[in-house]
Design a protein around this ligand. Sequence first.
Ligand code: SIN
Ligand code: CO
Length: 384
Amino acid sequence: MYRLQNIDTKTFLNEYWQKKPLLIRQGFIDFEDPIDEHELAGLTEEQGVDSRIVSYQSGAWEVAHGPYENINDHCLGKWSLLVQSVDHYLPDADSLMNTFNFIPVWRMDDLMVSYSNTGAGVGPHLDQYDVFIIQGKGTRRWQVGLPDQYEAVRPHCDLSQITGFFPVIDEVLNPGDIIYIPANHPHNGVALEPCMNYSVGFRAPSQQEMLSSFADYAIDNNLLSKRFKDRALSPRKFSGEIKQQEVAQFKALLAETLQGEAFEKWLPIFLSDNKKSEDGLNQQIEEFSVQAIIDMLNDGECFYPSPGVKPIFVEPSANQAENTFVFYINGESYSAPIQSANVIKQLLSQASICEDNGTIKLSKDQEVCTLLTTLVNKGHWYIE
Ligand code: SIN
Ligand code: CO
């Protein structure tokens, strides 16, 4: 449905990604909003949906978090309603986000959708993540600057802004225009009329997040039980002294944890973990048998990935012959015989899975049908 245009992705990755901001005029020609402000407000009523209204009135900033008892009570002065992870709730929003999959999906975080009235914005600020902001209906003036030491201000405890910056981009965006803002580049968007914006945000895990998640995984699975040893212990003048050689030994023991199998097992689980799709908008999932799935394929039914589902897998290592193909969704692994790997990789990246997939008839492949049944019963793929 959405087609990204007027951008050469190879040039973009070489010259702009994580380096320079870029304005892409008409990245989406004849852009149609996947959602309107009323549907966006409706989403905030659901439990588990992360939303906020940032407003500015009579010199004061306010931030109110959803769900709201009466949303209109917070839409005061100049205001923006911002809703996170809309790609998990709406197939069209997910399709819009997926047009950016020239960047690996495990780098993607979510699609944040905002609606702002005239004059509104969240103020000049920095984000720690790269973002593409798509202009939906209406127009908005975007200013983007370069990284520097900016003075941080907190006009509200939930709002982090900076005092000002020199813009290297200062443009009015029209529907279908896109602005790319690398991490830590100051920016400010002010709505010139009521408008919608779609922010494709990326994740860049910090060492702290990774170490904490890796330690949890290793502890849960009892993977790192090796202990410090010092059979070559030597006498020393001060009993409290730690020798440099011992510092190095401790470092090596800890570094070893990252070289081993535990790290390889943890990384794709960590990178695929997106629990957001399991909260909010919970739907009843029907259980199917493998035979029922085969019958449906034969009857011409197609299966569609649920919004927000982004399977990932690790490139096979050159020196290890694998006999299973493993992929990950939301921190869980799924496996199939290695012979089915190519078919499965193809199916996982398709907008729909139907009986006729080029040369193969899916219903004849028992392994693939069993896997599809698991994915449907998990709610990761659905029948329309
Ligand atoms: C928005 O208001 O839609 C985006 C806010 C931002 O600059 O991150
Ligand atoms: Co921002």
